[in-house]
Design a binder for this molecule. Structure first.
Ligand SMILES: NC(=O)c1ccc[n+]([C@@H]2O[C@H](COP(=O)([O-])OP(=O)(O)OC[C@H]3O[C@@H](n4cnc5c(N)ncnc54)[C@H](OP(=O)(O)O)[C@@H]3O)[C@@H](O)[C@H]2O)c1
Length: 212
């Protein structure tokens, strides 16, 4: 299947959480990791997040001038099966093009974004990857959250997987790096490899290898 190269990137605490209990954003990366993330953003054609991340964090998903001067902003993509994105979300600003990936059954809304429809109940990722490829998108950075990371791993739509582990512990029921339905059976566990592990700023950058 023709699809973009897919790079997952996330920051987690020492106990594997990516936000506070209740989903509120927390800064886990330090300046060195932010620089790496913005360089990665600047190097890809598109960045993708789930609708809950847009609702919780209201990210702009642009490349910060401070980390990469004169960079071109990649296309921003939101997985939003029911088209529930708030109209004033910063991801809908004019700083870059935005695509809302939704379903064939979702309603219609006037938004400052292009709409792509794939799947019936939930956005069909394989269909979306094909559509993105047809639009000339050759590289895609997936920035979360947990549910979206689970879907890409489960559907084996991953080429590179980076996790920055910061020196904080959050505990409780905070969202983990990977959410979704999880594995009930040992056979359903996703087996990954550690390709590299290096000290970066005050944390550790791990690159995992995922079977395709
Ligand atoms: N530390 C980090 O690196 C980092 C980065 C990003 C986010 N976060 C945190 O992650 C949390 C949000 O994570 P989350 O798991 O609640 O939500 P999420 O992954 O941001 O969004 C999940 C939602 O996306 C929609 N979706 C549509 N098609 C999908 C598909 N094929 N697969 C998966 N999702 C699909 C679904 O909602 P519909 O059914 O309505 O479409 C789903 O519930 C926030 O607390 C945020 O702060 C942390």
């Amino acid at each position: 299947m023709n699809r973009p190269k897919i790079i997952i990137n996330a920051a987690m605490s020492a106990d594997g959480k990516i936000a506070l209990v209740g989903g509120k954003r927390i800064k886990i990366s330090d300046e060195e990791d932010f620089k790496r993330v913005h360089e990665l953003r600047a190097s890809v054609d598109a960045i993708l997040v789930g609708i809950n991340t847009v609702i919780n964090d209201d990210p702009k998903l642009t490349v910060k001038e401070k980390y990469v001067p004169n960079a071109k902003n990649p296309v921003r993509i939101v997985l939003d099966s029911k088209l529930r994105i708030p109209e004033n979300s910063r991801i809908l600003n004019n700083a870059a093009k935005t695509i809302i990936a939704t379903t064939k059954t979702a309603g219609h809304r006037e938004l400052n974004a292009e709409i792509i429809r794939c799947g019936e109940k939930r956005v069909d990722l394989k269909c979306l990857m094909k559509e993105l490829w047809n639009k000339g998108i050759r590289s895609l950075m997936v920035e979360g959250g947990s549910t979206v990371i689970f879907s890409f791993l489960k559907e084996k739509l991953v080429d590179e997987f980076y996790v920055f582990m910061g020196p904080v512990i959050i505990g409780g029921s905070a969202p983990c790096l990977v959410g979704g339905n999880g594995a009930m059976d040992e056979n359903d566990v996703l087996r990954i490899k550690i390709l590299s592990c290096e000290r970066l700023g005050y944390g550790i950058l791990i690159q995992y290898g995922v079977e395709k």
